[in-house]
Design a binder for this molecule. Structure first.
Ligand code: GCW
Length: 695
């Protein structure tokens, strides 16, 4: 009887853990770090041959994090506990560590390795050591070892061979940040995945377990910084109360190499400091910020710095006191400099008194300031000159401020691309911008080369992604929005990767290694962004959304207060034609680009069709390369966008039974919504624009 009940107990236990494991498998919480058991026996045997032992001689927190991750990953995927030792090599070992902390590593890495790995890079190398096959994961600093461990796991997750490795990796961009637009009350501006993951009301007493998983996910793709709060900032983030709370978050993120940053409000000295001015040239104001920096660094010694939205969309700035962006940025930079902190000063400004064409404003304000910023200031610039539209040409500031490191800001949260309801893989959008040649210093001066600092030899470089992360169980709202987070991190590390390669990794880690599944999902992802551009804003159209939610179509929208918050300001459709004339016969916006782009984009005949109506106002009968008239082409593209979503839906349907039902259903439901929305975009826009066209 006793034996029987023990058996039943064991079966129940096994069943419960099976159910638990499967529940976890299906809700998307584990992101791309799933580590499910590999079922191909031959492959398991091969991998096991190289992973029987983990040799670690040091105890730095990032190395312990690497150890934990390797154990979880390898045990999960290979189903056998790897043994951890300090020495005593047996067959198939992994040795991890730094030359400083590990005598074995010290003997095994060369000077060249040390130089190439730099601060955050690593090597992964298959060697024979003491007659044993060994995989070396080494770095100069513990965080590099952690990055290397994630890379090694990724090889197994994506079923790559691990027997002859010779990998040297180092990030191309130094500061790789997420920007949370999270408010202190728990809401998220333009967030579509629930509330903020930062539980300010519970901190500092209670530290949510989720922060650690957040750190793991980010470290796995090389993200090394996070601005915790919204750029539409509240001064309170700088109070002692919030610094203490943020310090707790920083403690969790630290072992994962992630530094905490704050978005700060320029008027903080008045709002919370009791001063009567925030003038950056006022000694009292300067002192206030210096002391504030001191307070922060006392609690968060590795604090990253400040992100600032100034004099934009109602946010205060130095202009109130007749000062420039440089005056404001430098004052903050000076306060942070003694601690190694930086300022990321945003160029997202569009004061129409400077120019009536919104796309020209930031350039006109910032280019004259080139060379006037302190060394620890980055000017953070959105990919395009308007505002994260489905497609924009690159921002003309890239290449126009050679003396200033420009930090590129991308939007991971899908504010203008269907939010968390549309499947839109954004890496192709980001790559289009990164690969754009600015010609700023002759041919092949791509945006990527400006952002990574290589064009001008800047030592400081950065990239920021507006986070789409929220409290939803699956983090991102849409399972496929996770891909944008993943792709952002990978591109921040190396902007020269291809969107297809990144998608391939992500699919294998997140969904399946079954070639049929991989190919189908890859196809869906590859075409998704262009489909979205087609059904929302084809041929260079932009800013056609309804006001406020920025979700559905609103081509007739007119804002009574600001012209440039109206859709009509951007498309300028009338009986004569459509499009914004930014050519030399219009606002001369093309003049902000270097030759040959300037001349090429200035003429409708040589302007790429994808940017046509961005730069030109053209008659409805304008002949397109397809042989269609402009109006016919617009109609064709809107319809093509809808058709593309239908194909995406069919492709997804073919995966039924090949992936877990829960995520299959979730995505299928959202694709149905996406199709409905795409049809609405098409119908509303075609009806509205068609009203101007002579039939
Ligand atoms: O994209 C627009 C958004 C605002 C945002 C602003 C910005 C944080 O609609 O919600 O504010 O840009 O980037 O500052």
């Amino acid at each position: 009887m006793k034996v029987y009940s023990k058996k039943v107990g064991l079966i129940v236990l096994a069943l419960v853990s099976f159910i638990a494991a499967n529940a976890a498998a299906k809700d998307g919480y584990r992101l791309w770090l799933r580590y499910d058991r590999i079922t191909e026996h031959e492959l398991v045997a091969q991998y096991k041959g190289h992973t029987t032992q983990l040799i670690i001689e040091e105890k730095a927190p990032a190395i312990t994090a690497a150890k934990d991750e390797l154990m979880e990953g390898l045990n999960g995927m290979l189903g056998e506990k790897i043994s951890v030792k300090e020495r005593g090599l047996k067959g198939g070992a992994i040795i991890i560590g730094t030359p400083e902390g590990s005598s074995i590593i010290r003997r095994l890495v060369s000077r060249t390795d040390i130089r190439l790995m730099g601060d955050e890079g690593y090597i992964i190398r298959s060697i024979v050591h003491d007659n044993h096959p060994v995989t070396l994961i080494a770095a100069n600093r513990p965080v590099g070892v952690l990055y290397g461990a994630f890379h090694f796991l990724r090889l197994i997750q994506t079923r790559k061979p691990i027997d002859r490795l010779s990998i040297t990796e180092a990030p191309r961009v130094q500061r790789r940040l997420l920007n949370h637009w999270d408010n202190l009350n728990g809401s998220v501006e333009r967030g579509y995945a629930g509330n903020s993951i930062w539980k300010w009301d519970e901190l500092p007493e209670k530290v949510d377990k989720r922060y650690k998983d957040y750190a793991r996910a980010n470290a796995s793709i090389g993200i090394n910084g996070t601005a915790l709060n919204n750029v539409n900032s509240q001064a309170e983030i700088l109070t002692d109360k919030y610094i203490k709370k943020a310090a707790k978050i920083a403690d969790v993120l630290r072992p994962y190499g992630i530094h905490v940053y704050f978005s700060v409000k320029f008027s903080a000295p008045v709002e919370i400091g009791g001063l009567t001015t925030s003038d950056p040239l006022d000694p009292g104001v300067q002192k206030w910020w210096q002391e504030k920096a001191g307070e922060i660094y006392k609690k968060i010694p590795d604090f990253g710095g400040f992100l600032v939205k100034a004099y934009s969309e109602g946010q205060p700035g130095p202009q109130k006191y007749g000062r420039t962006h440089a005056d404001g940025a430098n004052m903050l930079a000076k306060a942070l400099a003694p601690y190694g902190g930086i300022v990321m000063w945003r160029s997202f400004v569009y004061d129409l008194s400077i120019d009536s064409d919104r796309t020209k404003c930031a350039y006109l304000e910032f280019v004259p300031l080139d060379g006037k910023f302190n060394d620890n200031v980055l000017v953070q610039t959105k990919n395009g000159p308007v505002d994260f539209q489905p497609r924009e040409p690159f921002n003309p500031l890239f290449g126009a401020m050679p003396k200033t490191p420009l930090m590129m800001e991308l939007q991971i949260t899908q504010e203008y691309t269907g939010q968390a309801r549309h499947l839109v893989y954004l890496a192709p959008q980001w790559k289009e911008v990164l690969d754009s040649d600015t010609y700023a210093k002759g041919k092949d001066t791509t945006v990527a080369k400006i952002v990574d600092g290589s064009t001008e030899g800047h030592t400081l470089s950065g990239i920021a992604g507006v986070s789409g992360i929220g409290s939803d169980r699956n983090w991102s709202g849409h399972h496929f929005s996770q891909a944008n987070w993943y792709a952002y991190g990978r591109l921040a590390w190396n902007p020269y990767l291809t969107s297809a390669d990144i998608a391939d990794e992500w699919i294998r880690m997140t969904w399946s290694n079954d070639p049929g599944v991989v190919n189908t999902i890859a196809k869906i992802m590859a075409g998704a962004w262009e489909a979205c551009v087609d059904y929302m804003t084809p041929l260079g159209l932009h800013h056609l959304m309804a006001e406020g939610h920025h979700y559905g179509p609103g081509p007739d929208h007119v804002n009574p207060i600001r012209d440039d918050w109206s859709s009509t300001y951007y498309h300028k459709a009338d009986q004569n034609g459509i499009g914004f004339n930014r050519s030399s016969t219009g606002t001369k916006g093309t003049g902000q680009y270097a030759e040959p782009l300037k001349t090429m984009w200035d003429l409708p005949q040589t302007c790429p069709e994808k940017y046509l109506l961005w730069f030109h106002h053209l008659p409805w009968t304008f002949p397109m390369s397809s042989g269609r008239t402009l109006w016919e082409e617009i109609d064709f593209r809107y319809n093509r966008g809808v058709d593309e979503v239908i194909v995406m839906q069919q492709d997804w349907a073919s995966l039924k039974g090949k992936i877990d039902q829960e995520r299959f259903d979730h995505v299928a439901e959202r694709l149905a919504m996406q199709l409905e929305n795409a049809r609405e975009w098409r119908d509303v826009c075609i009806k509205y624009f068609g009203g101007f066209v002579e039939k």
